[in-house]
Design a protein around this ligand. Sequence first.
Ligand code: HEM
Length: 389
Amino acid sequence: MIDSSQFDATRDDRKTAALVAERLTVAPESRVVSSLAFARELLRGNATKQAGEEFLGDPAFTSVFFLDGEPHKRKRQAISRFFTPKVISTRYRAVMEQAADTLLAGLRTQGQGRLDQMSFELAVTVAATIVGLTESNQAAMAKHIQATLIALRVPTMSRWRRPVGQLQATLSGLRFMLCDVQPAIKARRAQRREDVISHLLDEGYPDRAIFVECITYAVAGMITTREFIVMAAWHLLGNDTLRERFLASTEADQIVTLEEIMRLDPVVNILNRRVTADTLTSSGSVTEGEKLVFDIRAANVDEASVGACPYALDPDRARRVKTTGSYLSFGDGGHRCPGAQVALNETRVFLDRLLRVPGIRLHREPDLCWTDVLMGYELRDAIVTCDPA
Ligand code: HEM
């Protein structure tokens, strides 16, 4: 057990705090909620709804992300069977292990590898299994998805670059649809399986809506997990004590360490909501119509809830303050991330194997980049090296 008294009050293990302080922006008329207790009360209650009404079309075919109330509850219930602990430990675990072994065999053969490429291939393979995108080559699909997501950057491009970016995004989206999504739909039309696309077909979703759902999962499950795996590897490869402890821990304790890393460097920084009714909670009050920004990063270091030395990485913290170790990193309440355990487990499976590769070391630290569209960090070009196989 790490003794918290060993941390001095100024210790700060966060890798992205300075970048976020510089780049994170919130709409001026929004009210920022930084208290973990207040955030939890509001997100668990029903006085707020998702911001982003512009994305709301026919609720029958709208992504779960933008729904609220009964339609949201129904959709969450319908997809919950793809995220149970049993399904993760039986069906997806084998996929995680196999994908990690293949990637690490490649690393050992070449003696070096790029962490963000490996983590993206892994995240794509796992999320694709859940969604049902399994009829095409996974490495090629990772490239198609990566290219399609340029669409997220189009609004931030210069005026002359924007039409080119839009064209690239459209063509890449078409390629993803034709090469990956349509073959998956066709196979499931012929025979349903236990995955999201089969469920969407049962619900009568048209192909276009299925495509949109696949993109939602790409952003929600693949992009986020790619960044988190690199972040966790960066912390563990750079800290001998933490790494040794991680490798000697049980699987459950390894997850706790990953959650503590996520507490300090959360992939998702903010959640946007709108208040639907005047509400008084034990931590404060909100007024109908207010726009709220839940500051995940600030809530995760809220000393009142996470204890002393909030910026110090302390895997024993959650146990000591008797709380769930994920704090606000995966959201809370009705929209809390259904894929949280998938993400943590695949990160654990991959890193437990990566850190045991003979001679493994971080040859090049990642470049710390920022994406305005997702308001989050991106870690690029980290290189690990190992003894030749
Ligand atoms: C490290 C990885 C991940 C992080 C940090 C993350 C974070 C989050 C957060 C903060 C939310 C809440 C959004 C809100 O309240 O507005 C969320 C929702 C969601 N996540 Fe994740 N996520 C991760 C991985 C995954 C994975 C692997 C999947 C699926 C394969 C997934 C699927 C979803 C979905 C479908 C939602 C929408 C749920 C709803 O609105 O009811 N996520 N995620």
